[in-house]
Design a protein around this ligand. Structure first.
Ligand SMILES: NC(=O)c1ccc[n+]([C@@H]2O[C@H](COP(=O)([O-])OP(=O)(O)OC[C@H]3O[C@@H](n4cnc5c(N)ncnc54)[C@H](OP(=O)(O)O)[C@@H]3O)[C@@H](O)[C@H]2O)c1
Length: 358
């Protein structure tokens, strides 16, 4: 292979403060020499990078998260890569892998190094029979979909006839959650999203039966009108006032699933909790949170089902691809400004292989 001479990387320049929007100003793009590999290592080209709101916690000064990026280090992030060169017996040139690649074009990885630094060495997974487009790996067969799966199927226990309410429905987790609720037989899926265009998109894509624009509608009234007998399941990605509005509109025996709280999680100080939690008692309901990484041993099982639904046409890929490594800070920032629909993915390099879809 003709190795390129340089490796573009985004390094952390400054920590993000609680009241700041995450953006390009927090990073610096540099050109570094190409990495070289030693025994038991693989050289990987980054093809795709996923995004997650949790990445904001990597770059705050308070080192509260298990992954913490220091000033001058490559920004951490998981992605899909192509093995260019291998000195490891289990990997060969041309393999597609998932790993914490970081915001860079090329990286040398040590697959057997299980040191939990959270940076570049953790959990290198070979992707067997990768489905094209490769963005499915980040979206439908990856952590976003696994989170939706746990939220809707494991904790939410959506069953035929349920009315399901989902916040941030036009996002990565939300857009898959809407589809999984349908697959489980929900009678009605109501999505909440920011702006008329996103609501329109939810309906046009067939993800929801009804959509509520929290930016222009009164949430409590709108939820009550779309869920007159209350929501049987509420998947919460947003928290704060949205959780409170949902709690005022739950059905008897509801399952309130806490997947995320993007509206309040990154504030300092964090606001007080929901006022309307007493409805959990009045409606004999439960509220339960989850962490998708607790389900790692079951990810293969989830993936088999997701792949099957995808091949049957019951599940579709809806993602927003930001082009080029240069777009990484903007793509990540869009999770906090709402500037994307579906799963938010960064394409760092084109998929070099031509393999038919399922
Ligand atoms: N529990 C777990 O293990 C787990 C795993 C993965 C993700 N999560 C959580 O799942 C949620 C969704 O993650 P994702 O990666 O799929 O992100 P996403 O939903 O694709 O993107 C975040 C969305 O949140 C909405 N948002 C941002 N700030 C908001 C605010 N102040 N008020 C209301 N809405 C706001 C925006 O949508 P609008 O334009 O509609 O406002 C934005 O597009 C996050 O809370 C994340 O932390 C949890």
């Amino acid at each position: 292979m003709n190795k390129p001479a340089e490796n573009k990387q985004w390094l952390l320049k400054q920590f993000v403060q609680a009241d700041e929007v995450l953006g390009e100003q927090h990073y610096e793009m540099v050109s570094s020499p190409m990495p070289t590999i030693g025994d038991q290592q693989i050289l990987v080209q980054t093809l795709l990078l996923g995004t997650s709101p949790a990445q904001r916690m990597y770059v705050t000064e308070q080192r509260t998260f298990h992954i913490a990026v220091e000033i001058g280090e490559v920004m951490s992030g998981r992605g899909v890569g192509l093995v260019l060169e291998s000195k490891h017996p289990d990997f060969k040139s041309g393999d597609i892998i998932q790993a914490t690649l970081g915001w860079q074009q090329y990286v040398a990885l040590t697959p057997d190094d299980k040191t939990d630094t959270g940076k570049n060495v953790r959990t290198v997974q070979k992707v067997d029979q990768p489905v094209r487009p490769l963005t499915t790996i980040m979206g439908l067969f990856g952590q976003l979909a696994f989170s939706a799966y746990v939220g809707i199927i494991e904790i939410g226990q959506v069953k035929p006839g349920d009315v399901v309410l989902i916040s941030s429905a036009a996002g990565g987790v939300g857009s898959v959650a809407c589809q999984l609720a349908r697959i489980q037989g929900a009678a009605k899926v109501v999505g909440i999203a920011g702006g008329k265009e996103k609501c329109q998109w939810l309906l046009e894509q067939g993800l929801c039966d009804a959509a509520i624009d929290y930016k222009s509608e009164d949430l409590v009234t709108a939820i009550a009108s779309h869920c007159p007998d209350g929501a049987d399941v509420y998947l919460d990605n947003v928290g704060g006032d949205m959780l409170d509005a949902a709690l005022q509109n739950i059905a008897v025996g509801a399952r309130v699933v806490i997947c995320g709280m993007i509206s309040t999680e990154y504030l300092n100080p964090r606001p007080d909790g929901p006022k309307h939690y007493f409805n959990l008692l009045y409606k004999r309901s439960r509220m339960e949170g989850f962490f998708v990484f607790d389900y790692v041993p079951r990810w293969p099982e989830f993936e088999i089902k997701l792949r099957q639904w995808y091949s049957e046409g019951k599940l579709k890929l809806v993602d927003d691809v930001f082009e080029g490594l240069e777009s990484a800070p903007i793509a990540l920032g869009s999770l906090f400004t709402g500037g994307h629909t579906g799963g938010c993915v960064i394409r760092v390099a084109e998929d070099p292989l031509e393999i038919p879809s399922l």
